[in-house]
Design a protein around this ligand. Structure first.
Ligand code: KG4
Ligand code: ZN
Length: 344
């Protein structure tokens, strides 16, 4: 049994966690930055990096204290090394390197997306490889086939905005504030999903990818027309996202075949109607459905510690000169999706 310290700082959550190779979460600490970014309606990279730097060391100390462990009792230190906002990533990675050097422990440089991709295995010991993964967060929207630790095949990605980004932009348009996902979901509960005609970009398309930019523009037009209530726009928008995700997942299943498990990860997996659709889809295709608990879906350090534990068990450690990577695709061999400004 090994104990891994995980550190996460790639966006607007600073987090530290201690997780064992047999799936015990000994501690997990998280400090959000919502109040510092809220006035700007989105994450400001420089402010984020400074906020990470201020809190990361006390947060790691608090996690060790909660787990009742000293640093020298930890087997390895896993830190997010990308992709993400480079200033924040550097804060966490440099902290991880310093601790690894001080305690003479191995460093594991974790891809944040791998943290999300493997997190369902922390929650569900019965989830074996391979599985089909919908990874939907603020920065990414991908369908991946996960064949093993470090073995990811990207079947689809977004050609413009990520699903979470679409939720955040819709929230901003409707004046709901940041972060948008939970606010849009809450408002949608009181609205009518059939009230506003909104497009389903790329639905039925022969290419496998996602697109959400056109949906966002339609939300802007619906809002500016003054014809619709905000709650109806929120509900109609959410249903459009559900429909797009379902259509693209069905295409992936049709094109690549079923595997025993359908899995969702990333912050958007916290969305109730999206989870309900996925559960139904899995049952339609005789697949098991696995979703991590809500706190493990959004950014956290337990998923980084767990990805670290999986890599450590596979003998995958990194040297202290590992550089932070603002972009770091999980499947470097994936074909480029069309369009400018395409997310990896
Ligand atoms: O994985 P995550 O915490 O951070 C990234 O790596 O991006 O995902 C954050 C994203 C945000 O865009 C947020 O609006 C979205 O996940 N999100 C949601 C919900 N909760 C968070 N989207 C829809 N419904 C939610 N309940
Ligand atoms: Zn994330």
């Amino acid at each position: 049994m090994s104990v891994i310290l995980g550190i996460e700082s790639s966006c607007d959550e600073t987090a530290a966690a201690l997780v064992t190779s047999d799936r015990k979460i000994l501690a997990h600490k998280l400090a959000g930055q919502e109040t510092v970014h809220a006035p700007f309606g989105g994450v400001v990279p420089e402010i984020a990096a400074r906020a990470h730097a201020e809190i990361i060391t006390p947060l790691i100390e608090a996690a060790l204290e909660e787990a009742n462990l000293r640093l020298d009792q930890v087997d390895a230190i896993a830190a997010t090394a990308g992709p993400g906002l480079i200033g924040g990533v550097m804060v966490g990675l440099v902290t991880g390197k310093a601790l690894a050097m001080a305690a003479d422990k191995p460093l594991i440089a974790v891809n944040h997306l791998e943290g999300h991709a493997l997190s369902p295995r922390l929650a569900n010991p019965d989830l074996g490889f391979p599985y089909l993964l919908l990874l939907a967060s603020g920065g990414h929207c991908q369908i991946l086939r996960v064949d093993g630790v470090g073995q990811y095949r990207r079947l689809a990605t977004t050609i413009d905005d990520a699903a979470g980004e679409a939720f955040d932009k819709t929230a901003k348009i409707l004046g709901l504030g940041y972060p948008g996902g939970p606010k849009v979901e809450a408002l949608a509960k009181t609205g009518k999903a059939a009230a506003v005609p909104l497009p389903r970009p790329l639905k039925g398309s022969k290419e496998p990818h996602f697109s959400f930019a056109g949906l966002k523009s339609a939300v802007v037009r619906a809002h500016e027309s003054g014809e619709y209530k905000s709650e109806d726009i929120a509900a109609s928008f959410q249903l459009a996202v559900v429909d797009c995700l379902k259509d693209r997942l069905e295409k992936a299943i049709r094109d690549h075949g079923t595997v025993p498990h359908l899995v969702v990860a990333g912050g958007v997996a916290a969305n109730g109607p999206i989870r309900a659709m996925l559960e139904q889809l899995a049952s339609d295709y005789d697949m098991q459905f696995t979703a991590p608990p809500l706190w493990l879906c959004t950014d956290n350090a337990a998923m980084i510690a767990w990805a670290g534990a999986e890599r450590f068990a596979a003998g995958l450690t990194d040297t202290l000169d590992f550089a932070a990577r603002p972009r770091w695709p999980l499947d470097p061999g994936a074909e480029k999706a069309r369009g400018a400004g395409v997310k990896a």
